[in-house]
Design a protein around this ligand. Structure first.
Ligand code: SAH
Ligand code: SF4
Length: 429
């Protein structure tokens, strides 16, 4: 979400006459688009901004330091407590006003705090405001906010209630992006399965998938995130039938223990979840499935943790994103005692990561000697001779090839694998 907001903001700022610079050192304005979902990310923003503050004291070219995004919304003016030098604190609802705010601050009318709970004007989210550098894949937000109130999660408090964007607007944006050369679109929402429920007219997320899929020249369509309580067979069927929709499902379980799931207010049991996985696999036997897991949630016992380990072994995810629990402002869980010691959180985190690495490595071996369609995204950061791309199932593939392949879907034969990457050969035919 924040990445997508940064894309919009970058485009907006360029349109308003601001010029992007290559490095932080040469910037007059530095804005941190901070995520409030976990404490760790916030700490990093505070650390990085603190270093800049020292430069600001000596270097008068650095005029504005701001924190924007849901981190700003979560803490509001309180951020001045830790970061008294900030010139701008701006929540995600007010992103469209940032060029105006920056001009005000430059004219000496700062600092500015913009954190009212207004709704974000959905009809102004136009890709034309975006960065022209986005050439191969793009995100489109289909809905804002969340109604689920999982006990640990700050999102409903910083992004408000679920509001779906009208399908016509999403389709227009997708169509324009594809005309501009975008090959892959990812639809974004905190719980895409409840897309359009607020319209009360029978339109569903599956209907939207069908309409976006029909855009000619779109090659790949992905989406995140599906909530297990709402992901239904209709959606798996749509994924299976629609040619552009990729065989990739991110279905966060969070914990394998029913007791913890209940305390998290997730509204499904471990067995409900596993049944959905079975249905998904029936429609996409070759598909990839990923998940999110929180370790060290209040009162998580060794037995609860074992249940989570069992789910990992049973589902054999392609990827599992593991997070150590941190209490977040406003949330129900923050009123509970954060009683799993940091050391235990670290241990559980490590155990899960090791187990998942083995599972991912094994899963990837099945691609050996297979030919896969790869959307080429660019040269590798590590070696500029190697191209990097993604399969429909989200696997990263690295191979040698010429620059002209960037942006194309090419066939690559896999000759090596590890837990995170497939190594391949491409040959001109
Ligand atoms: N809407 C998505 C998730 C959004 S937040 C969903 O429901 O799946 C992304 C992930 O951050 C969550 O899935 C969860 O695993 C993690 N997360 C959220 N709050 C957290 C907290 N307080 N501590 C640790 N991890 C958290
Ligand atoms: Fe947070 Fe739960 Fe909503 Fe996901 S579904 S954004 S975890 S409250």
């Amino acid at each position: 979400m924040n990445e997508y907001d940064s894309e919009i903001l970058r485009g907006l700022l360029i349109k308003s006459g601001f010029v992007p610079v290559e490095s932080e050192e040469s910037a007059n304005i530095v804005l941190f688009n901070g995520c409030s979902v976990r404490e760790h990310a916030e700490r990093r923003v505070i650390g990085r901004a603190g270093m800049l503050r020292k430069r600001k004291e000596k270097d008068e070219r650095l005029k504005i330091i701001g924190v924007i995004g849901c981190m700003a919304q979560a803490h509001k003016e309180k951020l001045f407590g830790e970061m008294p030098y900030l010139d701008l604190i701006c929540g995600p609802q007010h992103i469209y006003k940032i060029p105006e705010y920056l001009s005000e601050i430059l004219a000496g009318r700062g600092p500015i705090v913009a954190v009212d709970e207004d709704k974000r004007p959905a009809d102004r989210e136009n890709h034309l405001l975006r960065d022209e550098n986005i050439k191969i894949k793009a995100y489109i937000t289909i809905m804002e906010g969340c109604n689920n109130f999982c006990s640990y999660c700050v999102v409903p408090y910083v992004r408000g209630r679920e509001t779906s964007r009208p399908p016509e607007m999403i389709l227009k944006e997708a169509d324009d992006l594809v005309k501009r050369g975008i090959r892959e679109i990812t639809l974004l929402g905190q719980n895409v399965n409840s897309y359009a429920k607020d319209f009360n007219n029978g339109y569903t997320f599956s209907n939207l998938l069908k309409e976006v899929d029909a855009i000619s020249d779109l090659k790949r369509l992905k989406f995140v995130t599906s909530h297990p309580k709402d992901a239904d067979e209709q959606m798996f069927k749509a994924m299976f039938k629609l040619p552009t929709v990729c065989e990739f499902l991110h279905l966060p379980i969070q914990s394998g223990s029913d007791e913890i799931l209940k305390s998290m207010n997730r509204k499904y049991t471990r067995d409900d979840y596993l049944r959905k996985i079975d249905i998904a696999r029936r429609y996409m036997p070759e598909g990839a499935i990923s998940t999110d897991i929180i370790v060290g949630y209040p009162n998580e016992s060794d037995d609860d943790f074992k249940e989570t380990l069992n789910v990992l072994k049973q589902v054999k995810y392609d990827t599992a994103y593991v997070f150590k629990y941190s209490p977040r402002p406003h949330t129900a869980a923050s009123k509970m005692e954060d009683n799993v010691p940091q050391k235990v959180k670290e241990e559980r985190n490590q155990i899960l990561l090791n187990l998942q690495r083995d599972i991912s490595r094994k899963n990837n071996e099945k691609y050996l000697n297979k030919k896969l369609g790869v959307l080429v995204e660019g040269f590798s950061d590590k070696c500029d001779k190697l191209l990097v791309g993604k399969t429909r199932t989200g696997k990263t593939v690295v191979f040698e090839g010429p620059q002209v392949l960037i942006g194309k879907i090419v066939e690559v034969r896999v000759h090596g694998t590890n837990a995170s990457t497939l190594l391949g050969n491409w040959k001109k035919i």
